[in-house]
Every structure is written in C-alpha cells, then in structure tokens.
Design a protein around this ligand. Structure first.
Ligand code: FAD
Length: 310
C-alpha cells in the first residue's frame, strides 16, 4: 500500500491535501495547528480572488474546503524528526508528551517559517498594535503615518521601498555601519527623500500608550546615547527562521538560510521528499505563493507515488 504524509496544515499543506484527496491517495495530514502564520496574518488584501479578508477568515475557508473534501487533520503534533527507512520515511513527533510515529513512502514538508524576533521590551505587547513582522502584509494600514523599519538586509530594504511610497517619513534602523542587501535595492532606497537611515543603531525597546505603539528607543553606537523616535508603526525585518529542523542536515537539502531547497516541481534532493510554502528557498513568502507551491508539490508527490513499484 502506497502512503503519503503531509506535515503542516496551512496554505501550502492544505492546498496539497485537496489534490491528494481528489486523486484518492492514502495520506495523513499532521500539524501543530491549522493555519500557522496564515491565521496570524491580520488584514489580507493581496490573496487573489478574495478582495479583502483576514488571516483568520481565510484559514476558516481553507478549513471548510478541507472538511468538504473529507480531509482529516490531526493537530497538536510537533514533528521533530524525519528518518529514511526502506521504501520511504519514518516521521517522529510528540503529542501531549507522547511519541507519535508515522511511516510513508512520500512526505510533503509544509511547515512554514517564523519571523525572527528581537526579544525586546514592548515587542510582544505592541505586536499587531503598531508592531508588525510583515510590511507587504500590514504596510497599507500605515498609509500617511510615520514608521520605522528595523533591519538592513533585503527584506528591510524592500519594506523601505514599499513604505516610502505610502508614508511621509520612514526611518530604517540598522545595527551595522552599512546596508547588507542587494546593491540595486540599496541604491533605490537611498534615493528616496523621505527615508532616514540610521546606521549603528541598536534598538532597545518599544513604547506606547493605551495599548498602541508610539515609538522606539535605540542606542546610538557612535555616541553611546539613547535616542527616541516617535512613530505609529514599526516593522521588524531581521529575517525568517524556516521551520526546517525536522529535516536532517545530512541530506544536504537545505541552503545556508536553513530553507529547504526545491526544484520547480517542489522536489527536494531526497527522492520522495517534497516541500512547499515558506519553509522552502523560494524568496516570496506569501499565502498565494504557498498555495500554488502546495498544489505543485502535491501533484508531484502523486506522480512520484504512481511511479513507485506496487
Ligand atoms: C504578521 C504577518 C502578516 C502576513 N500577512 C500576509 C498577507 O497579508 N498576505 C500574504 O499573502 N501573506 C502574508 N503573510 C505571510 C503568510 O502568512 C505566509 O506566507 C503563509 O502563511 C505561508 O504558508 P505556509 O503554509 O508555508 O506556512 P504557515 O502558514 O506558517 O503554516 C505552517 C504549518 O506547519 C505547521 N508546523 C510548523 N512546524 C511544525 C512542526 N515542527 N511539526 C508539525 N507541524 C508544524 C503549523 O502548525 C502550520 O500548520 C504574513 C505573515 C505574517 C507573519
């Protein structure tokens, strides 16, 4: 009997599951929760085909479609290991401190990623109350308001380019003495008249009132002084941590960012192991992208199973 397993039940995993179910594949779908980062995505105005929604509502629609297709999702499982065995894989996880073990001929890893946090005072308190980890997603909410971006790599630069089109004043605070991203992005950003780049600024805390962010304090590493900036929004863009620890390093299937490398069909270098969504090395971390990747990887997985000896 050929069997598949999907790990992750959000945009990528649930999209793949629809295809597996409709192709009558025998599979299980396990995850920590339904919705992952998608359910936390706040206002969503860029998911094609749905004019305006929220992460919570969109997740409800994904869940409804799964139910209509009689897809069962087992939640509460934290998968920590995928091992190679004869004819496939063994997948080990924990649920309520109990070992949960699955075996399958093919696996789809759709475990997403987690934005890196600074771990500073006020960061948790003002999350979604002025502090965001995604400018593409939440930037439009801050139209005509002053904002700050923390970070100096490509994701912070892209956030800067987007927010300078929307906001009268954008501060970009980097702890380094130079921007780290692509030259083309750096050149484009420094040309903008409404951006102030603060080099060697170490963010120290976020403050606000009535449950809304009002600004941040940073240490000027040149002068040794603490400086304050008053802004309505802060975007923390210091990178993403892909949830890829379950895949062993020994297979060499991850890049230097710990993302799972895939080809255009969602296959990794390990036959039978597929990946989709934010956990992969595709640079665009968006729900529409994860959904499409889930469909592609799902169809590739079906093809892989069909070609296995019975
Ligand atoms: C604040 C914020 C706002 C955003 N706004 C938008 C937006 O407006 N538009 C947009 O297109 N995108 C937005 N995004 C990006 C979007 O959320 C992601 O691109 C999308 O959710 C990726 O889907 P995914 O299926 O790859 O992963 P996720 O949605 O992160 O889901 C991962 C799944 O894997 C499971 N999982 C993870 N690790 C394990 C494990 N070890 N064991 C078992 N299960 C595991 C989780 O429980 C979950 O089911 C936003 C992101 C953030 C953080």
């Amino acid at each position: 009997m050929k069997k598949a397993l999907i790990v992750g039940a959000s945009a990528a995993g649930l999209s793949a599951a629809i295809y597996l179910k409709r192709h009558a594949v025998d599979f299980s779908l396990i995850a920590k929760d339904i919705g992952g980062e998608m359910i936390l995505s706040g206002e969503i105005g860029n998911y094609p085909g749905i004019a305006a929604t929220t992460g919570f509502e969109l997740t409800k629609q994904f869940r409804k479609q799964a139910e209509l297709n009689q897809i069962e999702v087992e939640t509460g499982i934290n998968v920590n290991e995928i091992k190679s065995i004869a004819n496939g894989f063994q997948v080990n996880g924990q649920k309520n401190n109990q070992l949960v073990q699955n075996e399958a001929n093919a696996i789809l890893v759709a475990t997403g990623s987690t934005p890196k946090k600074l771990g500073l005072p006020g960061e948790k308190e003002f999350y979604q109350h002025g502090l965001s980890y995604c400018a593409v997603c939440d930037g439009p909410v801050f139209k005509n308001k002053n904002v700050a971006i923390i970070g100096g790599g490509n994701s912070a630069l892209e956030a800067g380019l987007m927010l300078t089109e929307l906001c009268p004043q954008v501060y970009l605070i980097t702890i380094n003495d130079a921007l780290q991203g692509d030259v083309i992005l750096i050149r484009a950003l420094i040309k903008k008249s409404n951006v102030k780049i603060i080099y060697r600024g170490q963010t120290k805390e976020f403050f606000g009132e009535n449950n809304f962010l009002k600004g941040l304090a940073y240490l000027d590493l040149n002068s040794g002084q603490i400086e304050k900036i008053l802004v309505d929004g802060v975007f923390v863009h210091i990178g993403l941590n892909p949830n890829s620890d379950l895949v062993p390093e020994i297979w060499g299937i991850k890049n230097n960012l710990n993302e799972i490398k895939i080809d255009r069909l969602g296959q990794t270098s390990q036959p039978g192991l597929f990946a989709a969504g934010d956990v992969t090395d595709l640079p665009y971390k968006q729900i529409g992208v994860a959904t499409g990747q889930g469909v592609i990887a799902g169809l590739s997985l079906i093809n892989f199973l069909n070609n296995l000896d019975a």
